[in-house]
Design a binder for this molecule. Sequence first.
Ligand code: ZN
Ligand code: ZN
Length: 403
Amino acid sequence: MNGPAARATEDRFSRFRLIGWWDQAKIRAARVLVIGAGALGNEILKNLALLGFVNIVVVDMDSIEASNLSRSVLYRSADVGRRKAEAAAEAVRGIFPEACVRPITADVVHGLGLGVFYWADLVLAGLDNREARLWINRACWKLRKPWIDGAIEGINGVARVFVAGTPPCYECTLGETDWAILNKRMSCNLLALENDTEGKVATTPTISSIIAGIEVQEAVKLLHGLPVLAGKGFILEGLNHTSYRVEYTENAGCMSHSSFDKIVTVAETSRELTLRQLLSRARQRIGAHQIVLEFSRDVVHKLVCPNCGAEEELFAAVGTVPYARGRCTACGHMRAVITVHGYTGEEPFGDRSLDRLGLPLFDVFTARSEDRELAFVIAGDEQAAVGPPAAIPQNSRASGSSR
Ligand SMILES: [Zn+2]
Ligand SMILES: [Zn+2]
């Protein structure tokens, strides 16, 4: 990009350059994963677009409802019924045409490959539940990525930053009440029950713009190496204009504190590789025969009827199979759910290609021997999952740092 177009980009961000430490090139080069395109997600994405972020992936599983329109700057009445991620991506490009925004319509816990976290430099979350936050926290730790969380209720809110490798993390902040709610959601329901009241929290566009503003501002500071709210929270109580910082404490027994030591990228797509082939590659790389290839999440392998003995092979991520599906099609009995979470070479499904396991594209498989661990990112899926990398114009590299 040269000439008038380049000059227009220069002019567009000229006021940012008046900030001494600002480096537009850092913003332009950053890869940002935005999870949630609701009230907070809209404001996060709007801010990213205005600031000149180019590489953005937005993930949301829902469609736009009329009630979203009062809290979502990116959506119009005509968008009702559309996928949030798609409408949001389009609106961001409307604000900043150079932005390369990839929409992914998926649930982060069940349908987003860990490779997307590997792709990202940082993660911004606009969520309304603890389960997704916990999942993001563990994924970010595994792949050593910082993430910024926001939560809103009524006219109050909190923004906080978690830097993988440096506790406290999100899981460290969870108290007994949080775990009670989490366990209720996660335990014993191998099959998904009908939705509860999630997504029906009272919120306003005013608090979402404030908290998302803090989140994105922290992201910008983080990219510039400035001090951020790492392991801390900024809390705002709207009624009394009270704001303060909380310092979280590390939980020594926290389950989130583990990161991959070594990550290997696999050039093939998940359609081109079977479990058996990946296992043999892992055996070679690690130099051991006894290896477990762990999945990123548990998979429903089969539904087995205890009454008539009928079996159905499924291969779907745990949590994605509706409860009603559990009934035996032959006799109507509730069936037992058989799950798998890895492959050792013994199981009967070794000839399945990686895309037929019920796991998302661009996922990570962890090979574990007695004393070694190696994470395999199925990088051949990258284009299908997050698209080609955005072109970075030559002249933008140097701009912004001149002042
Ligand atoms: Zn922790
Ligand atoms: Zn049956």
